[in-house]
Ligand binder design. Structure first.
Ligand code: ZN
Length: 553
């Protein structure tokens, strides 16, 4: 049964302690007894338990946190929850001005429905009903040109606008990549030079606005998109953001699309059906008698969100000036009250609730362990990962501890899922790690020593099966680029990334707590603790002896 928010908040506000039974690695009695026994080789690994992880995740992945979007109320409550525990365990704040929070600005853009209009041959169409709009403000009026998919991709010798005169006109496109093209084909090329999205391509050729034809996706998500555009807003990283395109873009409803192509050589229905199979009607100019004018009014403001950062200071007078960073992202993708399905909240129990509570439990184990590490431990929960690794980009550009003193970043993103019996035949879940296995990326990529420490610690502790299947920047899944460790690696900090790959509930409302395997998650979290412990106590920091095998974009 799900705990109510009021109950959980009351519990942790008034109890001042966590909502779950805290685990001290060693019981008082036992400690004395322990005094006679040797200290555990890898420190207080017992301080991390499946029950503890479950207790924290029940809160973090609860519906009440509304999927922890960046920025959102749910994310802020999660930040307070984490900070409250760090404070209770005596872990020092390492955010802004003596707090646990490192604030960073986001640009929020929303459509002003009252100021957004569209007219076709004197007939006006209503925003939200007959069309939706992006958040680039602007006005345009003129003739119309239909341009198929609208893309320009030099490497594929594709330019949908070639030979078309779109100057000072409004271009209509069907969304979708040209046949045989994937986003991989855009990797590495320069936007606007080697390739251009339909909007940028139209803008570069002098068009004044773009209208996108509806498809199944647009129609299914219409209400949600309107809510996002007018209420939730679209967010960009940073206070001042330079948009790549500057012309307004609207999406037509079936009613507006039908009016646009009435009496033309191809009807809206034909264009719609062809696009379903990535076949596009040949571009053509619409009748010159057809005149359209539109105005999109968007308003922008700056809002703030935060990373959560704490430090457990090391005991060695010299080594305490160096840090082992242990991180995760505590955000997810939020909710959509208009989602057609029953469940409208993306709980992100695995992504990255599992990492969030693992770092929390690792922090608790370090704080409550009888032995303390020589180097300091930096615990960090990044915001905005789902939006584009924003939190880690902000932290590594504005570190609250000297980044060159961070000897390694251990990044945890999705370690809650493992193959269940029968999954070996499941089309997607067959890619999950087996129990006792975890995917490891990057440990050997920049530092031979770090790779050795990771392997040796594991071998002499729980001896999990470290699977290096994705341990290559060129791997088609591109996992090396897809989580926060990448921003540390870019800055020369050697990293280890722990994950379970992907599964059928990835970025679905169904990524929820009942699917999490806490026993396996405990083992991986303990192994990460042990690795951090080993790194925090070794005499010398791992040497970076290999350049990052990708250009530090
Ligand atoms: Zn994630």
């Amino acid at each position: 049964m799900r705990k109510s928010l009021a109950f959980l908040l009351l519990l942790f506000i008034f109890s001042g302690v966590s909502a779950v039974p805290a685990q001290t690695g060693t019981k008082k009695g036992k400690t004395n007894a322990a005094a006679t026994t040797t200290a555990p080789r890898f420190g207080n690994t017992d301080g991390i338990t499946a029950a503890q992880l479950r207790g924290y995740l029940e809160f973090i992945a609860s519906d009440e946190l509304e999927g922890r979007d960046t920025p959102s109320r749910g994310l802020d409550i999660a930040a307070m929850f984490i900070a409250d525990h760090l404070r209770a365990w005596g872990i020092k704040p390492a955010g802004d001005n003596g707090t646990y929070f490192q604030k960073f600005p986001l640009r929020r853009k929303r459509v002003d429905a009252a100021g957004t209009r569209l007219e076709l041959n004197g007939q006006s169409y209503a925003y939200g009903e007959d069309f939706l709009a992006g958040t680039i403000s602007g006005s345009a009026s003129g003739g119309l040109v239909y341009a198929g998919h609208g893309w320009m991709i030099k490497s594929k010798n594709i330019d949908a606008l070639q030979g078309l005169d779109v100057k000072d006109k409004i271009v209509v496109v069907t969304s979708g990549l040209p046949k045989g093209v994937t986003f991989q084909d855009l990797q590495g090329g320069k936007q606007g030079v080697d390739w251009a999205s339909p909007t940028l391509n139209a803008q570069l050729k002098g068009a004044k606005a773009v209208i996108v034809m509806p498809n199944f996706g647009t129609l299914a998500g219409w209400a949600g998109a309107r809510w996002t555009q007018t209420e939730k807003g679209a967010y960009e990283f940073g206070a001042e953001t330079a948009a790549t395109t500057a012309i307004p873009v609207v999406t037509a409803s079936p009613r507006l699309a039908a009016a646009l192509f009435q009496g033309e050589k191809a009807s809206a229905g034909m264009i719609f059906n062809k696009a379903v199979t990535q076949d596009f009607v040949e571009p053509f100019e619409l009748k010159p008698t057809k005149k359209l004018s539109l105005t999109v009014a968007a308003r922008a403001d700056t809002v703030y969100t935060q990373n959560v950062v704490g430090v457990l200071e090391g005991t060695d007078p010299v080594l305490k000036n160096e840090y082992v960073a242990v991180g995760a992202h505590y955000d997810h993708v939020g909710m959509n009250p208009f989602w057609p399905g029953e469940d409208k909240i993306w709980n992100g129990a695995d992504d990255d609730g599992s990492g969030t509570v693992s770092v929390l439990s690792i922090a608790e184990a370090f704080a409550k362990g009888a032995q303390k590490p020589k180097r300091s431990i930096l615990f960090i929960w990044h915001a905005g990962e789902e939006k584009g690794l924003w939190g880690s980009e902000y932290f590594t550009n504005n570190p609250t501890v000297p980044l060159d003193k961070v000897i390694t970043e251990l990044n945890i993103d999705m370690i809650g899922r493992y193959q269940n019996p029968g999954d070996e035949n499941h089309p997607v879940n067959k890619f999950l790690p087996k129990p006792g296995e975890v995917f490891v990326i990057g440990s050997k990529m920049m530092s031979t020593e770090l790779g050795a420490v990771s392997e040796e610690t594991n071998k002499s502790f729980l001896n999990l099966s470290f699977n290096y299947k994705y341990d290559d920047p060129k791997d088609p899944e591109q996992f090396f680029y897809r989580s926060d460790h990448y921003n540390y690696a870019r800055k020369g900090v050697p990293i280890i990334f722990y994950m379970d790959g992907t599964h059928a509930d990835y970025h679905q409302p169904s990524d929820s707590i009942e699917k999490i395997n806490f026993e396996q998650m405990e083992r991986v979290a303990r192994t990460i603790f042990a690795t951090g412990w080993e790194l925090a106590n070794r005499a010398v920091r791992p040497t970076v002896d290999k350049p990052l095998p990708v250009d530090g974009q």
